[in-house]
Design a protein around this ligand. Structure first.
Ligand code: FE
Length: 205
């Protein structure tokens, strides 16, 4: 813990919310990320940061390709639960054509529902950031799907994330709003949605 770093200050950073998808030897997977930026335009290059604990991370590291589907403001909590609250190691998130999933030319799924665009890219460089890997990638395809507003982290917090029930007992993740139900939060608990540790939870009262 660095006392010079006030996490409340870091919370002021603005982010979008995206579903990043990968495919490896017939297995398809995807997860929620909040970091995807266009970093250059000639050629078009993007960078994404993906948590190492997820299966999608390992697939991208191996196959060097991915899609990013940009969620719009119509995205219900169920999208975040489907891609964020369960692991592709135990669940096939694409068993059905979930959220209008289609495959792009790189054989990776993208979502056509609750999204307004997608990008296909291939990885040119990786940077080990500790908890996350930064993937630097060149865009091979970018398609607009709708004229809707992209969802921001702030919008998600204010309009999508369910308010903790008045009598709910448990702990809420200050980062993403995930609620852990139970009196005691295990010290080694990791938020299933945003992967932040137990220290980022506060008790519901
Ligand atoms: Fe969280």
């Amino acid at each position: 813990m660095n006392e010079n770093i006030n996490k409340e200050a870091l919370f002021k950073l603005s982010y979008g919310l995206f579903v990043i998808t990968a495919s490896d030897e017939g297995k398809d997977n995807g997860c929620i990320i909040n970091t995807c930026i266009q970093a250059a335009e000639n050629p078009e290059r993007i960078v994404v940061a993906v948590n190492k604990s997820g299966y999608t991370h390992d697939m991208i590291l191996k196959t060097r390709k991915f899609n990013v589907s940009m969620l719009d403001e119509s995205a219900p909590m169920a999208v975040f639960e489907h891609f964020g609250f369960q692991s592709g190691k135990s669940v096939n998130k694409f068993q059905t054509a979930v959220y209008g999933a289609k495959k792009s030319e790189n054989e990776v799924y993208y979502l056509t529902e609750h999204t307004n665009a997608y990008i296909s890219a291939y990885v040119t460089d990786t940077v080990d950031l500790g908890s996350h890997t930064l993937f630097i990638a060149t865009v091979v395809k970018a398609e607009k799907l709708a004229d809707t507003n992209s969802v921001t982290y702030d919008y998600y917090f204010k309009n999508i994330k369910p308010a903790p029930a008045a009598k709910a007992k448990g702990w809420v993740c200050k980062i993403c709003g995930y609620v852990y139900e139970g009196e005691e939060l295990p010290a080694d608990f990791i938020c299933p949605l945003c992967k932040h540790p137990a220290s980022d939870f506060e008790k519901l009262i």
